[in-house]
Design a protein around this ligand. Structure first.
Ligand SMILES: C[S@@+](CC[C@H](N)C(=O)[O-])C[C@H]1O[C@@H](n2cnc3c(N)ncnc32)[C@H](O)[C@@H]1O
Length: 262
C-alpha cells in the first residue's frame, strides 16, 4: 500500500479523478451554471461525471480513430503469428503525428518487429525521409521489409540493421536524427535514453512504447526488473533538465520528450 501511494504521488501527480458511474437518466450536465441556483462548482462536478462515465468507450474510440490499411493489417497478422506485440492503431497514429510534427527526415527505431510501427512512422515522415530500424531478429525484419513494400514505400526509405540495439546505436551519427522510437528490450530503457539523447538533434523527440507495462507500472504488487526499469525511466525523463516530457495515454502508454538543448 505504501509503495502504491509512493508511486502514484511520485509518478502520476496529480491523480486522475475517480471513475463515477453516470446513470442514463442523469441530465445534470445539461444544466446552465449560475441559473436556477445551480452553481459553477456543481457544473464542474457534472462535467466530470459525464467525462469519467464514458472514459473506457472514449479511449477505445480514440484508439481506433485512424483507420489502418491492408499493409498494416498484414504486418499485424505476421506479428501475431510470431507472438510479437505491435503498437496499437492509436499509438501508430500518435507516431505518425509525432514524426510529422518534427518534419522527420531521419528516424531511428529500436525494435522493428514485423513493421507496424515502422509503417506508421514512415507515413508521418517527409517523403524523402529514411527510417533506420534495428532488431535482433532478421526474420522479423524480413516481414517488415515486405510490409513496407506492400505499403508503397520505396526500398531506400528504410535501412534495416540486424543486431542488438546497444551494439548498433553507438555506430549511428551524433545529432543525426529527428526522432528515436524505442520498442525493444525494456530492461535496456535507460541505456536507450542515453543513446537517444546523443542521436537526437536539438528539438528532436525520444519516444518510448509500453511504459504502462500492462498496468504493472502503477501496481503495488511485486514486479519484475523490467517494470522497475520502466519506473526509473519515467522518473529520469521527468526530472531531466534537457527534456520536455509528456506521457500519452494511448495503447500501453507512450512516453514522449523533446530534447531542448545539447
Ligand atoms: C514489441 S516488438 C516491436 C514491435 C514493433 N515496434 C511494432 O510495433 O511493430 C519488440 C522487438 O524488439 C526486438 N528486440 C528485443 N530485444 C532487442 C534488442 N536488445 N535490440 C534490438 N531489438 C530487440 C524483438 O526481436 C522484437 O522484434
Amino acid at each position: 500500500m505504501r509503495l502504491r501511494q509512493h508511486l502514484l504521488v511520485d509518478l502520476f501527480h496529480p491523480l486522475p479523478p475517480p471513475a463515477i458511474h453516470t446513470p442514463s437518466n442523469d441530465r445534470s450536465h445539461l444544466r446552465v451554471p449560475g441559473v436556477n441556483g445551480y452553481s459553477h462548482a456543481q457544473a464542474t462536478t457534472g462535467q466530470e461525471r459525464v467525462i469519467t462515465g464514458n472514459r473506457q468507450t472514449s479511449w477505445a474510440f480514440a484508439d481506433a480513430y485512424v483507420a489502418e490499411d491492408e499493409a498494416l493489417l498484414w504486418a499485424r497478422d505476421r506479428a501475431r503469428e510470431a507472438g510479437l506485440r505491435s503498437v496499437t492503431p492509436g499509438t501508430g497514429a500518435a507516431l505518425r503525428l509525432l514524426a510529422a510534427s518534427v518534419d522527420a527526415k531521419a528516424v531511428a527505431e529500436i525494435g522493428t518487429g514485423c513493421g507496424v510501427s515502422g509503417i506508421h512512422l514512415l507515413h508521418g515522415m517527409r517523403p524523402d525521409g529514411v527510417l533506420t530500424t534495428v532488431d535482433t531478429e532478421p526474420e522479423h525484419q524480413q516481414f517488415a521489409r515486405q510490409a513496407f513494400r506492400e505499403a508503397g514505400f520505396a526500398s531506400n526509405r528504410a535501412r534495416f540493421i540486424p543486431g542488438r540495439a546497444l551494439d548498433v546505436l553507438p555506430r549511428l551519427a551524433d545529432a543525426g536524427y529527428d526522432l528515436v522510437f524505442c520498442d525493444g528490450d525494456r530492461l535496456e530503457s535507460l541505456e536507450y535514453l542515453a543513446e537517444s539523447l546523443r542521436l537526437l538533434r536539438v528539438g528532436g523527440l525520444v519516444v518510448f512504447e509500453g511504459v504502462f507495462a500492462g498496468g504493472r507500472t502503477v501496481d503495488s504488487g511485486p514486479q519484475p526488473t523490467e517494470v522497475i526499469r520502466v519506473r526509473e525511466l519515467l522518473r529520469t525523463v521527468r526530472e531531466s533538465q534537457d527534456l520536455v516530457p509528456s506521457l500519452l495515454p494511448v495503447g500501453d502508454g507512450l512516453l514522449c520528450a523533446v530534447k531542448r538543448r545539447r
